[in-house]
Design a protein around this ligand. Structure first.
Ligand code: AMP
Ligand code: GLY
Length: 435
């Protein structure tokens, strides 16, 4: 069968790389893809982005099913359009995707279904928002309501910062329409983890656990980013916590959606805080896989992803079986100069095919591409073409060893102005040392 993956980042490279490993899959098209997917055996990039073009392509090529990577096409209603054309696609409808698209929708949904989350209030009037901040004090968290590519959240530690965040969103409209309504919420202290499942409308298949590192700099300093590295599994999610997350968060979302006649099909990502007083609170929902969480998760997935998605599309996820490599996989992002504010494009990437002597087993790692393209001057040359450029991902028998292997490989690769954290996995390593 032939499949289509929509998107062009590291998440989509990892999904397509995994799908093509299935003996059932002849070819995976990636729209639009990147230099990594262009070079991968069995994958082919297609330069299409509009929904009508994609629908025409899927019909023409007899694509069995389509998988949506990023949130933007989901927000535009690509799933609804494919359904209307009688085509199989894995992802939530536009209405169900409101869980990610609108923070006020997500918050109200969580309230309706008693899903634990930070206390909040929403505002579109700056004066009322300023008054609320004076009332509550700091630390406090200010969020744009709409999609703002991970940049619409300010964790303010001073009153001045909090007021400035309100003005940037509601008065000077730094994030345009995405910030015309804001949420101000209670600051939560604890450990942040990612919990991703597949859902078929009624059944849920939890994927391997993971932890992302959202800040740009070591020690979780600097600005928020889309994620600078992730590893799987994370020791923070013990079997008891896993069961609690399923009971308190995931099951109520799927049942709540059914109850509201929406039916959630697709990947569902809960960004969770395990608070210092041992509670689980939802920070956000995403209606897609995480990036970079997908890269280590896909490296560990031993089962056939095309079969899992088939089950999800048929409503039989309760019959699906999933197996994971027992080792830890850890991925580190190499980001472009200027990321996250103004990433520079066009820097030539060197060392992509160099292998450290310790890592000759090609099954032990994979270099997933995000913002890369084949440069026009020389078809062999790969250049930076986005904020996050590569996710170098490798296995190890524990987090520390996975970290060593990943950095050995990452240190062979370079491009001008590259940014990389040196401590991905450190929360998990510290936690394990204390046990
Ligand atoms: P979000 O896009 O809502 O996940 O927020 C982006 C990042 O801001 C999260 O990954 C957290 O690191 C941080 N954050 C969001 N909400 C809170 C909160 N209520 N308390 C503490 N940190 C938060
Ligand atoms: N890694 C965080 C996200 O995908 O939203």
């Amino acid at each position: 069968m032939k499949l289509l993956v929509i998107g062009g980042g590291g998440r989509e490279h990892a999904l397509a790389w995994k799908l093509i490993q299935s003996p059932r899959v002849l070819k995976v098209f990636v729209a639009p893809g990147n230099a990594g997917t262009a070079q991968e055996h069995g994958l082919e990039n297609i330069p299409l982005t509009s929904t009508p073009d994609l629908i025409a392509f899927v019909k023409n090529e007899n694509i069995e099913f389509t998988v949506v990577g990023p949130e933007a096409p989901l927000a535009e209603g690509i799933v609804d359009a494919f359904h209307a054309a009688n085509l199989k696609i894995f992802g939530p409808t536009q209405q169900a995707a409101q869980l990610e698209i609108s923070k006020t929708y997500a918050k109200a949904f969580m309230q309706r279904h008693a899903i634990p989350t930070a206390d909040y209030a929403s505002f579109s009037d700056a004066k009322l928002a300023h008054g609320h901040i004076d009332n509550k004090g700091v630390p406090i968290v200010i969020k744009a309501n709409g999609l703002a590519a991970g940049k619409g959240v300010v964790v303010a530690t001073t009153i001045e910062e909090a007021h400035a965040a309100v003005d940037n969103l509601l008065v000077t409209k730094q994030h345009g329409g995405a910030g015309s309504e804001i949420i101000i919420e209670e600051f939560l202290e604890g450990v942040e983890i990612s919990f991703i499942v597949m859902a078929d409308g009624k059944n849920v298949l939890p994927l391997a656990t993971s932890q992302d590192h959202k800040r740009l700099l070591d020690g979780d300093q600097g600005p928020n980013t889309g994620g600078m590295g992730a590893y799987s599994p994370t020791p923070f999610i013990t079997p008891e916590i896993h069961a609690k997350i399923m009971r308190e968060v995931i099951d109520p979302v799927i049942q709540g959606m059914q109850h509201e006649a929406l039916s959630y099909t697709g990947f569902l990502y809960a960004g969770l805080m395990l608070t210092t007083d041992k509670q689980i609170k939802v920070l956000e929902f995403n209606c897609r896989m995480g990036d970079p969480e997908t890269q280590p998760i896909m490296l560990r997935l031993k089962s056939d992803l095309s079969i899992l998605i088939d089950h999800a599309l048929k409503g039989t996820l309760d019959n699906a079986e999933v197996n994971w490599d027992r080792r830890t996989a850890l991925g580190v992002i190499m980001a472009a100069y200027g990321y996250p504010e103004q990433p520079r494009k066009g820097d030539v990437i060197h060392g992509l095919t160099d292998r450290p002597p310790e890592l000759q087993d090609t099954n032990g790692f994979h270099i997933f591409h995000s913002g890369t393209s084949l440069s026009g001057n020389n078809s062999d040359e790969i250049v930076t073409a986005g904020g996050r450029v590569l996710c170098i991902t490798a296995f190890g028998d524990n987090i520390k060893l996975a970290q060593q292997n990943t950095y050995r490989l990452a240190n062979q690769i370079n491009f001008s102005g590259s940014q990389m954290r040196d401590d991905i996995g450190y929360h998990g390593i510290n936690y394990q040392q204390k046990q």
